[in-house]
Design a protein around this ligand. Structure first.
Ligand SMILES: [Zn+2]
Length: 248
């Protein structure tokens, strides 16, 4: 199985972290390692894929805290595993609760405060990014757990890249010009940069923000992409969970 890791989150020693890819699952093409029940995949395939992914990272599937994503900027506190309605981000300071997000082009973003030992998982598509969900995620960590942005580590995961993510003018106008590029009559938005900018605005330091170089649309063999595969696209899952016994 191929799992995307984060140098910064791993070196903290405080969290279990990983983002699944398209590789290693039991579902038929093009789903393969699909972790969503909502894309027409067989339930037993998804259950098996989730089991394999959780086993590879070393946690139990029933410890997942799962947001029922709606492309909002709503972030909720998750003290126990289970489903959380109508939100696109979760925060916790409880070890062994595995916050997750489901993605296939939208940007998965993960935060951790090394002092307060709290974490966040965020799902940021264009709507969530325009509604400043990364900012909401940092705010929730500050409000709920007295975290300090300057002590946070962030991973901005793989998603639709500025190379491929073309949008209509109606979408482009929701973003600051610095994140918009025009080329041969097409307009492209840089969702990763827009989210990094929100994290910087909130006080995170640049060297504590790691950005995945992967564009989901380009990485046909490695990653799921809704833009590329349409209704047949599977979903990846990104997970962050505080360790019960941190190792430094
Ligand atoms: Zn691309």
């Amino acid at each position: 199985m191929n799992i995307i890791s984060s140098r910064l989150l791993r070196s903290s020693g405080l969290v279990t972290f990983g983002i699944s890819t398209r590789q290693g699952g039991v579902s038929p093409e093009p789903l393969r390692m699909n972790l969503s029940f909502n894309v027409g995949d067989a339930k037993e395939n998804v259950e098996q894929n989730r089991y394999l992914f959780a086993q590879a990272l070393g946690f139990e599937v029933d410890r997942l805290a799962i947001p029922m994503q709606i492309h909002s900027n709503v972030v909720k506190r998750a003290d126990i595993p289970g489903s959380y309605s109508s939100c696109d981000g979760l925060v916790t300071d409880v070890p062994d609760v595995y916050l997750c997000v489901s993605v296939a082009d939208c940007i998965p973003i993960f935060l951790m405060d090394v002092d307060q030992k709290a974490a966040a998982a965020i799902h940021a598509g264009w709507r969530g990014t325009a509604a400043r969900i990364s900012e909401s995620g940092v705010e929730m960590l500050v409000d709920e757990f007295r975290c300090r942005p300057e002590r946070m580590v962030a991973f901005v995961g793989p998603g639709a890249g500025k190379c491929c993510y073309s949008v209509g003018e109606d979408v482009a106008t929701k973003f600051s010009q610095e994140f918009v590029r025009e080329e041969r009559g097409k307009i492209y938005v840089d969702l990763k940069a827009a989210n990094v900018s929100q994290l910087l605005d909130m006080g995170l330091s640049r060297e504590m923000i790691e950005v995945s170089p992967y564009c989901t649309i380009d990485e046909r063999n490695l990653l799921h992409s809704y833009r590329r595969d349409g209704a047949r696209s599977g979903r990846m899952m990104g997970v962050i969970g505080l360790k019960t016994d941190p190792v430094r």
